[in-house]
Design a protein. Structure first.
Length: 189
């Protein structure tokens, strides 16, 4: 019995905990597979092509845009594009999987608009932007300039939160993970 694959879209500002929640769901739901985004930026640290991202040159990214290879894409930060490859999602569906995304807010809503019945769009938020900035600083991975850029983007992304199917407050990580697991299982079934 094959059922049509679904999309579970997690979006949120950097530092909200969405990646931690997505990893938890992948560990708990066997027929869930992660959508690896393509990006025009170079790898950071130990990131690997085909594992963390599909790293494309700016020229290759543009060629793939022109070929309509992306379900969605956008320039998230100046000069840096991210997108979802159509072929990757179709491959995972062909394997009988539901696809989960850890994606920026605009990209998430673009996917949702293309698959309104097959997608659950979840917005993860923190109690306030002061808490978000504390979390970004605690990660110790970003320069002051990057933190300022992420905070500016978080302000812009908050406007879109009401357009999501579900909002999860991450003021307690265990509670947020449990709510996400319950809601995703309900949607899949």
């Amino acid at each position: 019995m094959t059922r049509e694959g679904k999309l579970i879209i997690f979006s949120a500002p950097s530092g909200s905990g969405k990646t931690t929640i997505v990893r938890h769901l992948l560990a708990q739901i066997p027929n869930l597979a992660f959508s690896i985004s393509a990006t025009s930026r170079p790898p950071r640290g130990a990131e690997k092509h085909g594992v963390d991202y599909y790293f494309l040159t700016a020229e290759e990214f543009e060629r793939r845009v022109q070929n309509h290879d992306f379900l969605e894409w956008e320039e998230v930060y100046a000069g840096t594009r991210y997108g979802t490859l159509r072929s990757d999602v179709e491959r995972l569906w062909a394997e009988g999987k539901h696809v989960i995304f850890d994606i920026d807010v605009v990209g998430g809503l673009n996917l949702k608009s293309q698959f309104p019945e097959r997608a659950l769009a979840v917005y993860v938020h923190v109690p306030d932007l002061v808490e978000l900035e504390k979390r970004l600083r605690a990660r110790g991975t970003d320069s002051e300039e990057k933190i300022a850029m992420r905070m500016k983007k978080a302000h812009e992304e908050l406007v879109y939160a009401p357009e999501f199917d579900l909002m999860i407050l991450n003021d307690d990580l265990e509670r947020a993970k449990e709510k996400a697991l319950r809601k995703v299982k309900e949607f899949i079934n």
